[in-house]
Structure formats: C-alpha cells, structure tokens
Design a protein. Structure first.
Length: 314
C-alpha cells in the first residue's frame, strides 16, 4: 500500500482494466467516479470522494470511440479541477489524433495540436503518454510531458523467445529510429520496407532495403490500425525469402478490416500492449498482449515523489 503524500488514480471508461492494474501496482485504491449519459447522449460525471489537495492521475486513452473518450476525459478533468485537486495529471496511454500532427495539404487541420490545447485548457498540469506517433507533439504543450516507451517491454519479450538469425524491420522510413532502438537492445541488424501511401489507410510496398533472406523477422510499428501495412509487409518479406515473420506494436487500434487481414496474414505472432483494450472478439490466437501497467505505475510514483522518470529506461 502506497503511504506517501495524497495520490489518487481515477479512470474513464476507455480502458478500466488497465487503470485497475496500474492502481494495484501503485498500491492505491481506484478513485470513485461514476460516468453516465443523459438521454440525449450528454456525458455526466460524478466524483464520489474528496480530492482536495491530492495529486490526481486520470487514465484515459483517446481510442475508439475517440470523440466520446476525449470528451469524457475533459469533463472529468473539469470536475476534479473544480473539486480543488492539487494537480491534475492526464495519463494518455494512447494519444488519439496523433497522426494529424502537420499540414500535408492546403487547409488541413493540425488536430493533434487542438487536442493538446483542449487538455491544457481543461486543467491538465502534466501529460503522461506512450509512444507518440510523432515525437514533436510534445512541443504542442506548454506543460510537462512525460513520453514513455514500450520498447523495453517488447525487447524483453523477444529476448526471452531466444530467436536466432533474426532482423528487426521498420515498416516505413518514418519508423527507422524506433526499429534501430529495438535492434540495438536485441543486438540485431535492421532492414526497412520502402512504402508509400496513395491515400489514408492504404499502403503499397515498393521495395525492401536490407537482408531478410533466411532470417526470422521482427516487424515493429507504433500503431496497427487497419493492418494493411503489416499484412502486406509480411507477405513481401516472405516473398523475399524471410523464414518467419513476427509483428509487434504499442497501440492495437485494430479498426475496419484489421482482424480479417491479420487472421489471413502469414504472420506467426502479433505482439501488442494494452494501451488500448483488446476486447475478447479481437483476441486472435496469434495476438499476444503485454501489459504496460507496471511501467505507467512506476512513472506515476516517480512523478508524485518528484523523482526522475528517465531512470525507467536505464
């Protein structure tokens, strides 16, 4: 049981299971909060205990349904701020709208910045998030942002599998830095899939840069959404002589045709984390879910006790 200064953890409805794991790891009871809907769909939140003077942490990924979960988070933050919480620390295991981080066409919105502004205006004193799609989103905030990484968790899992003659693959040019870090942790070489997107959620594999023939491949991405990139990449890798393909990611969005594509793909195993809940209907036999609760729990304790968060990655 945590016995330091007053620390409370609350959860929205987006990923209650993860929040319960985090609270158990930290050693505090989950805060009492009730989320209801009025008949017209408006969200109503009731905080069932005093938060006066407390460091409050709210866990709520902005996952599907993103707009509902975001609005729920903003309303809960407002309720806690008006109840005199000492600090409001917003824990976003998955930062929704992160892929809209810049203008690629005339008159495009930068929705990732809008979400940052909404969170700050609602009263966030700090944001804790994991594996942002674009690291520069940290700069959209004028408050502290702690950017956690799942790579140590994924690396430990694959290290324990003892794969031989393996290579880490980045499914696109943008993920090379992420793939290189995993490769360094596993002491493996890397290769890259040269991919283009003619339109949203559509991927085309152009070529593979690096040696994959006869090797076990670990394909790493931050998000698996419709699974087009991962499924096509796995097929292309096997066509180039790869022996076996594993895929891993932090955020299993798994929307649209994702499950059908993954089930039909030649991927041996898909390793994901629980930043987004993987519901029973999404748990294919080849999907393995790793928990990020200990990592987020340790980060919460360190932030509350004013200790270094970067030590978690040493």
């Amino acid at each position: 049981m945590y016995r330091g200064r007053k620390l409370q953890i609350f959860s929205g409805t987006a990923n209650l299971g993860l929040t319960e794991e985090i609270a158990q790891h930290v050693g505090v009871p989950l805060g009492l909060a009730e989320v209801k809907r009025f008949s017209d769909g408006e969200i109503n939140i009731y905080i069932g205990e005093s938060v006066r003077g407390a460091d409050v942490f709210i866990v709520q990924p902005i996952c599907c349904p993103a707009n509902e979960n975001l609005m729920e988070l903003l309303i809960m933050m407002d309720a806690l701020k008006r109840a005199s919480a000492k600090s409001i620390n917003t824990v976003l295991p998955y930062y929704g709208y992160a892929r809209q981080d810049r203008k690629t066409r005339a008159r495009d919105p930068i929705t990732a910045k809008l979400v940052a502004d909404l969170l700050t205006t609602a009263g966030a004193n700090r944001v804790i998030t994991m594996d942002l799609h674009a690291g520069q989103i940290q700069g959209f905030f004028n408050i502290p942002v702690d950017h956690l990484k799942s790579l140590p968790i994924l690396a430990k899992y694959f290290e324990q599998k003892g794969l031989t003659d393996a290579v880490v693959i980045s499914p696109d040019m943008g993920g090379v830095t992420r793939a290189r870090e995993l490769a360094e942790r596993l002491q493996l070489p890397i290769a890259i899939i040269d991919k283009r997107r003619p339109e949203q959620n559509v991927a085309q594999v152009m070529s593979i840069i690096g040696k994959v023939k006869g090797k076990t491949v670990i394909m790493l991405d931050d998000i698996i959404d419709t699974a087009g990139t991962i499924a096509k990449g796995a097929t292309a890798l096997l066509e180039q002589g790869a022996r076996e393909v594993y895929a891993c990611c932090t955020h299993p969005v798994l929307s649209g045709p994702a499950l059908e594509r993954l089930a039909a793909s030649p991927i041996t195993e898909i390793v994901v984390t629980n930043t987004i809940p993987v519901t029973a209907e999404k748990k294919l036999d080849k999907i393995r879910v790793l928990s990020v609760a200990p990592l987020i729990g340790d980060a919460i304790i360190r932030i509350h006790e004013e200790l270094s968060v970067s030590k978690l990655f040493d």
